[in-house]
Design a binder for this molecule. Structure first.
Ligand code: NAD
Length: 340
C-alpha cells in the first residue's frame, strides 16, 4: 500500500523544493500518493485564511504531511501558519537533527546533534496584549504535562536511536517557576531512563557558548519552545546553514515534516534554492514510517551528490539549480535500485 501524504508546497522557494523532494522520494522505491494542499500567502488572498480547514483535515486523514516553508508577515497580518498547524494538530515535538554533511564546508567536523523542541506552549502560545500605548505583555506558559511529554519524547528518541545522553536546556536560574517546572519535569522523566541514558542540564546562554566551542560534547538536547527555536538555528549553522537543516513536527496522531528554513522570497522561482533540507525532511518521514532502508538509501544518495560537488546549488559552492540537484540524486538512486 502506498503512503498517502499531504504535500503542502508553501510560499516562496517552497514549491520548487517540494517538487524536488517529491521526485526524490518517488525514486526511493517506496510508494507514495501525494495529496497536494495549498496554504499560505496566496491562499490567504483567495480564501481569507492562510490555513483552511481542508488542509488540516487532509493531514488528520493521512497522518503524514510534507510541507514547504510558509511566509509569516512580521509584526502584523495573519498568525504564523507553521505555529497554527502545530497547535491545531497537537504536533508537540519538533525534531531537528544537525549532522555534518560531506562536501558542505563549515568550521566544524563530526557534529551530530539532535534538537528536541517543545512545540505547543511557552511564549509561542500567542497570548500577548498591549498594556496601554507604550507597553506590551507576552505570557509564557509552561505546564508539567507538556514538559514531561517532550522530555519523554527526547528520551524515547535517544533510546530508539542509540544516543547516549539527553541535555535539558533552560533559564531556571532566572525564571524559577516556569523554566524551573520544565527542568523539574525533565528530571522526573530522566529518572525512568537512568540505567540507559545519561542526563544533564545547562542554562541556555551557557549552552549556546558551549555549542559553538565544543559541539561534540552534546548529543540530544531538549528545550522549551523559544530556546528550541533559537538553538536549533544555531545548530543548523554548525553544519552548513539553513539550506541543509531538516525538521519534523510530531504528534500522537500526525506528523508534518518540513525544512527549518523559511520561504526565502528573494530566491523564489529562480531554481536556485538548496533542496537538501527538504529532502532530509523527507528522509525523516521515511524513518518515521519505519522505511529505514529507503531512508538510508536516500540519505546516502544525497551525501554522494554532496560529496561529489558537481551538481550542488550555489550556497554549497556549486552552480546547479534545485531541479538539477534533485535529478542527480534520483540518478544515484536509479543506479543502485532497492533490493526486492
Ligand atoms: P529564510 O530561511 O527564508 O531565509 C534566510 C536566508 O537563508 C535566505 O535569504 C537565504 O540566503 C538562505 N536560505 C534559506 N533557505 C535556503 C535554501 N533552501 N537554499 C539556499 N539558501 C537558503 O528566513 P527569513 O528571511 O527570516 O524568512 C522568510 C519568510 O519565511 C518569513 O516570512 C518567515 O516568517 C518565513 N519562515 C517560515 C518558516 C516555516 O515555514 N517553517 C520558517 C522560518 C521562516
Amino acid at each position: 500500500m502506498p503512503y498517502r501524504v499531504t504535500l503542502i508546497p508553501g510560499d516562496g522557494i517552497g514549491p520548487e523544493l517540494a517538487e524536488a523532494t517529491r521526485r526524490v522520494l518517488d525514486a526511493s522505491g517506496v510508494g507514495f500518493e501525494w495529496d497536494v494542499e495549498e496554504a499560505g500567502e496566496a491562499v490567504m488572498a483567495a480564501e481569507g485564511t492562510p490555513l483552511p480547514e481542508r488542509v488540516l483535515d487532509s493531514v488528520r486523514r493521512n497522518g503524514l504531511g510534507l510541507k514547504g516553508p510558509i511566509t509569516t508577515p512580521v509584526g502584523e497580518g495573519f498568525r504564523s501558519v507553521n505555529v497554527g498547524l502545530r497547535q491545531a494538530l497537537d504536533l508537540y515535538a519538533n525534531l531537528r537533527p544537525a549532522r555534518s554533511l560531506p562536501g558542505v564546508v563549515t568550521r566544524y567536523d563530526g557534529v551530530d546533534l539532535v534538537i528536541v523542541r517543545e512545540n505547543t506552549e511557552d511564549l509561542y502560545a500567542g497570548i500577548e496584549h498591549r498594556v496601554g500605548p507604550d507597553a506590551a505583555e507576552s505570557i509564557k506558559i509552561i505546564t508539567r504535562g507538556a514538559s514531561e511529554r517532550i522530555a519523554r519524547f527526547a528520551f524515547e528518541y535517544a533510546a530508539a536511536n542509540g544516543r547516549r545522553k539527553v541535555t535539558a536546556v533552560h533559564k531556571a536560574n532566572i525564571m524559577k517557576l516556569s523554566d524551573g517546572l520544565f527542568l523539574e519535569a525533565c528530571r522526573t522523566v530522566a529518572a525512568d531512563y537512568a540505567d540507559r541514558i545519561e542526563f544533564e542540564d545547562r542554562i541556555v546562554d551557557n549552552m549556546c557558548m558551549q555549542l559553538v566551542q565544543k559541539p561534540e560534547l552534546y548529543d540530544v538536547l531538549v528545550l522549551p519552545n523559544l530556546y528550541g527555536d533559537i538553538v536549533s538555528d544555531l545548530a543548523a549553522g554548525l553544519v552548513g546553514g539553513l539550506g541543509v537543516a531538516p525538521g519534523a513536527n510530531i504528534g500522537t496522531n500526525a506528523a508534518v515534516f518540513e525544512p527549518v528554513h523559511g520561504s526565502a522570497p528573494k530566491y523564489a522561482g529562480q531554481d536556485r534554492a538548496d533542496p537538501t533540507a527538504m529532502i532530509l525532511s523527507g528522509v525523516l518521514l521515511l524513518r518515521h514510517v519505519g522505511e529505514i532502508a529507503a531512508a538510508e538509501r536516500v540519505e546516502l544518495a544525497l551525501r554522494t551528490v554532496l560529496a561529489e560537488g558537481r551538481h550542488v546549488t550555489r550556497d554549497l559552492g556549486g552552480g546547479a539549480g534545485t531541479s538539477e540537484m534533485a535529478t542527480a540524486i534520483c540518478d544515484v538512486l536509479a543506479a543502485a535500485p532497492a533490493a526486492t
